[in-house]
Design a protein around this ligand. Structure first.
Ligand code: FES
Length: 114
């Protein structure tokens, strides 16, 4: 499955964008982020409890832009690896998603949903 998520120009450093896709007929919430010039994408699902990280408002980054923060209980995840480095699920990782950047466009390439 391949899905266009955003234009690279529309996702400047320090910003994120929510999206969803279907896997086996089930909607998966996800987000793509520009972390210090690197584009990353993860399922929008905290590893502590089955809740979205942003709780629906599209805020993922900590105030200094160095981490992703779950708004429910404050778990902190490293944006590059998805690893929870502080909080109730320390040691667990967000589920990463494959992306490709072609001709200035970011695409989700989710092999599991083929
Ligand atoms: S639900 Fe995310 S830290 Fe508890």
């Amino acid at each position: 499955m391949r899905k266009k998520l955003a234009k690279l120009d529309d996702l400047p450093e320090g910003t994120t964008k929510r999206f969803s896709f279907k896997r086996d007929g089930i909607r998966v919430d996800a987000f793509v982020a520009n972390y210090r010039g690197e584009i990353v994408a993860f399922e929008n699902l905290c590893r502590h409890q089955p809740l979205t990280l942003d709780y629906g408002d599209g805020e993922f980054f900590s105030s200094d832009g160095s981490l992703f923060v779950c708004q429910t209980h404050g778990a902190m995840y490293h944006p590059k690896t998805g690893l929870c480095i502080e909080g109730p699920c320390t040691g667990a990782s967000l589920h990463p998603l494959n992306i490709e950047i072609t001709d200035g466009e970011i695409h989700l390439v989710d092999l599991l949903s083929e």
